[in-house]
Design a protein around this ligand. Structure first.
Ligand SMILES: Cc1cc2nc3c(=O)[nH]c(=O)nc-3n(C[C@H](O)[C@H](O)[C@H](O)COP(=O)(O)OP(=O)(O)OC[C@H]3O[C@@H](n4cnc5c(N)ncnc54)[C@H](O)[C@@H]3O)c2cc1C
Length: 466
């Protein structure tokens, strides 16, 4: 049984820490991007060091006060907002923003958990390196949140998701135990990998306080193209063909349906397809490598056009055009938000099954609904979002949300896919995890939760039912 945090408890905490660590909750701390949940909090605690995080957690654990870790608040499954139950404290990493030990020779960087993702990109560029985790929310999300949600984004195809970009991790468990792991090693086979266990745990096991990140040499050039394809099957064949020729140099292979452009238009975003002859489906392709690779790519695309895989293509001629192509892709979620989906699904299936999934899902979803299907086709990860008919609002279809989600997730399960590819479980998908999760894995997860957080103070209701 947990207790609400109150002013006396916050005062005790501050007395123990010898200074002000608490600030009042602001609107931005308790809202989430989709407006599905509204959080609450007695205060936002802003520790300045791992030791302070440890003291705060130990005191919350003794007082049985729930703790909600907070990064940039951009999570899409409600993990950072606790809407009911005893009043929690929010633990924000906003004051822990140090970047240390940037090493070009070791291709690593050690960062505190509160560093904003965009600042990590800038710091990496400062030593002529790349940190490839790229999300539309990168100006606000913090690396601790990225690791806690095992974020994906547009470069997973080449560089992997957050877990693949992290070599070492420091975290604090519910009782204040600090798990140090900031080694800058590529190999360290010394028992359980607790750092990797914390990645994707969404604040339910402890607080991530710092990490060692992998950096990469920057590709000499990025070659970016917008391509018209006849459909997902042609896109898949194109992907395989390009992978055979360019291998891991392909860093982005995004599938976009015409509905995405319709929504950008309806939403007044002023972004149109760069293709002269658009088709129902487009691909945004990016390949990184030597300058000369651009010519090889042109040749490969000409071949794909001759073979009927691509019907129109435009290659970015400069950085501004490249940014425009990506702006189109990155603005589709904002356009979706403006239109208002009935139900959104961040799913994955084996890459080879993407076309079959799209065909089956579209035929299962009632024809009067609009579907905006787009996403990281190279990873088999699609954002499959269902909207009301044009001119109607989603409010009128609120009762249908659960049924639609179930329909889509059942199809995903038939393809042996995942009902949450990159956004996590949070509070939004706890029931789905019970329904679709593997029983043995769920049992092990509950046992890990009980071992790391026996009083259940860490982010109650996230991932597993409280
Ligand atoms: C426009 C937009 C585009 C997006 N695109 C993508 C995308 O392409 N791919 C993708 O994967 N995600 C995407 N996201 C989702 C989101 O940006 C990620 O989930 C992000 O990684 C969360 O980081 P954050 O700092 O905002 O975390 P928050 O939202 O603050 O928290 C998210 C979860 O992590 C926990 N948490 C936060 N910090 C810590 C910590 N230090 N220790 C332990 N737990 C912690 C929270 O309690 C919560 O459960 C997008 C979001 C938006 C708004």
């Amino acid at each position: 049984m947990l207790n609400s945090a109150d002013a006396a408890f916050i005062a005790q905490l501050e007395a123990r820490l010898g200074g002000a660590v608490a600030r009042p909750c602001r609107e931005a701390d308790i809202e989430e991007p989709r407006g599905l949940f509204k959080g609450r909090g007695a205060a936002v605690l802003c520790p300045a060091s791992t030791q302070e995080v440890s003291t705060i957690l130990a005191m919350c654990n003794t007082a049985l006060v729930p703790v909600v870790p907070l990064g940039g608040g951009t999570g899409l499954v409600g993990g950072q907002v606790m809407a009911d139950g005893p009043l929690p404290v929010l633990l924000s990493l906003e004051r822990m923003t140090a970047i240390n030990n940037i090493s070009q020779k070791n291709n690593t960087m050690t960062v505190e958990a509160g560093v904003v993702l965009a600042d990590i990109h800038t710091a990496a560029e400062g030593v002529d390196r790349l940190f490839p985790l790229t999300l539309a929310s990168e100006g606000s999300c913090r690396i601790g949140g990225n690791l806690a949600t095992n974020a994906g984004g547009v470069n997973v195809l080449r560089y992997g998701n957050a877990s693949a970009l992290c070599l070492g991790l420091e975290a604090v468990l519910a009782d204040g135990t600090v798990i140090g792991g900031l080694k800058r090693l590529r190999k360290d086979n010394t028992g359980y990998d607790i750092g990797q266990l914390m990645i994707g745990s969404e604040g339910s096991l402890g607080v991530i306080t710092a990490a060692v990140l992998r950096l990469f040499p920057k590709p000499a050039a990025l070659h970016t193209a917008f391509l018209a394809v006849s459909g997902p099957e042609a896109a898949l064949r194109l992907l395989h063909r390009l992978q055979a020729e360019f291998g891991d140099a392909i860093s982005g292979f995004e599938l976009i349906h015409q509905t995405g452009f319709d929504f950008l238009d309806e939403g007044g975003f002023g972004l149109a397809t760069p293709l002269e002859t658009p088709s129902a489906w487009s691909v945004l392709l990016e390949i990184g490598g030597a300058e000369g690779l651009g010519e090889v790519l042109q040749h490969a695309l000409a071949g794909a056009m001759d073979d009927g895989l691509v019907s129109d293509a435009v290659l970015a001629q400069n950085e501004a055009q490249r940014c425009y192509f990506w702006q189109i892709r990155e603005t589709i979620p904002a356009a979706n938000k403006r239109i208002g989906s009935i139900s959104s699904h961040d799913i994955s299936v084996p890459v080879s099954e993407v076309p079959a999934f799209i065909t089956r899902a579209r035929s299962a979803v009632p024809a009067h609904f609009r579907v905006n299907c787009f996403g990281h086709m190279g990873d088999g990860n699609l954002h499959y979002n269902i909207f009301p008919p044009k001119g109607e609002s989603r409010q009128g279809y609120a009762d249908e949300r659960a049924g639609i989600a179930r329909l889509i997730f059942d199809i995903v399960a038939d393809f042996d896919g995942s009902f949450s590819a990159e956004h996590g479980i949070g509070r939004l998908k706890v029931d789905e995890l019970q329904l679709y999760g593997n029983a043995g894995k769920l049992n092990a997860m509950r046992r890990i939760k009980a071992a790391f957080d026996p009083n259940g103070i860490m982010n109650p209701g996230v991932v597993l039912k409280a």
